[in-house]
Design a protein around this ligand. Structure first.
Ligand code: AMP
Ligand code: MN
Ligand code: MN
Ligand code: MN
Length: 286
């Protein structure tokens, strides 16, 4: 009998915008039979220490990761950084600085929104309950206070690019992210290319490859069969690692399950984790 390894290389904790503590996340991974779990919070490594310790106790191999907010010509992209080097003090100081700039941005969004609706920064902060603030929290605060009917209306009226409370989020150019991660012996993967608009997908992926990304996230909760096949072909064409994960956020994304995604669409094969680990070992030696 062959045993099917369960792998998840993309998951969030309370350190960014997930609902689980690192301990709860690792517990959920153990319960789901996951053997290899990468913890990839947005622009922070704060949850990694606890996750690694919990992984040791639970018998789950935890890979240190971080989902860095980058950009390609002003278009926001998410870049999954993997590697032990992320654990070194100050490893992602540059990313942390951008994260602080996001705080300034959130204050501006809150001020604009408050003037327009009476719902502002404090409301979003309360709703976020300690998670890193994003426009999603402002949207939910607007819904809760009855200023809009639903989250979609909140974005359409106020928060989307071009709407009155929109403020661009600061981010790092993709080549800077690649340089930073390679400098600490890590590996960089372009996350969920399926979220890119079809008309700009080729350009953005091409620019990311030109900037030196090592891999492409092929398996993801938002990738259907067709997307998965397409991105596998893209990865092969460019000689990129193929990785994957659920992008689990706990109860903040209720449809997405750790280790299996949406309706079981994320089944990351063992070779994807093996190839990533092999590349990381080679990167440290280089
Ligand atoms: P931010 O990083 O602050 O720009 O906010 C990004 C968050 O807003 C993510 O959680 C997105 O899923 C969410 N978001 C962006 N645009 C929309 C939209 N049109 N409808 C619903 N959620 C959105
Ligand atoms: Mn998120
Ligand atoms: Mn993402
Ligand atoms: Mn993510």
């Amino acid at each position: 009998m062959t045993s099917q390894q369960t792998i998840d290389l993309h998951a969030h904790t309370l350190a960014s915008d997930g609902s689980d503590t690192p301990l709860e996340l690792v517990g959920a991974a153990a319960a789901a039979g996951i053997e290899v779990l990468a913890v990839t919070d947005h622009d922070t490594v704060e949850g990694l220490g606890q996750a690694l310790a919990a992984g040791e106790r639970a018998g789950v191999q935890v890979l240190p990761g971080c989902e860095v907010t980058g950009d390609v010509d002003g278009r926001v992209v998410h870049l999954l950084a993997y590697g032990e080097g992320l654990l070194a003090p100050g490893a992602i100081d540059r990313v942390a600085a951008v994260r602080r700039d996001r705080q300034q941005r959130n204050l501006r969004v809150g001020a604009e929104l408050e003037a327009l609706t009476g719902v502002g920064y404090a409301d979003a902060l309360e709703l976020a309950g300690g998670a890193a603030l994003s426009r999603a929290h402002f949207a939910r605060a607007l819904v809760r206070r009855g200023a809009v009917a639903d989250v979609a209306e909140a974005f359409d009226r106020y928060l989307s690019n071009g709407r009155p409370a929109y403020v661009p989020a600061p981010s790092l150019p993709v080549d800077e992210v690649v340089a930073l991660v390679h400098a600490i012996g890590g590996v960089v993967v372009l996350a969920h290319p399926g979220r890119l608009a079809p008309q700009e997908r080729e350009r953005v992926v091409g620019a990311a490859v030109a900037a030196g990304v090592d891999g492409l996230e092929v398996w993801h909760s938002q990738h259907d069969d067709q997307a998965r096949r397409r991105f596998m072909a893209t990865a092969e064409r460019h000689g990129l690692l193929a990785t994957g994960g659920s992008d689990y956020h706990g109860r903040h994304k209720p449809g997405v399950r750790l280790g299996s995604g949406t309706g079981g669409n994320v089944r990351v094969p063992a070779y994807a984790a093996d190839d990533l680990k092999e590349r990381l070992a080679a990167a440290v030696r280089r």
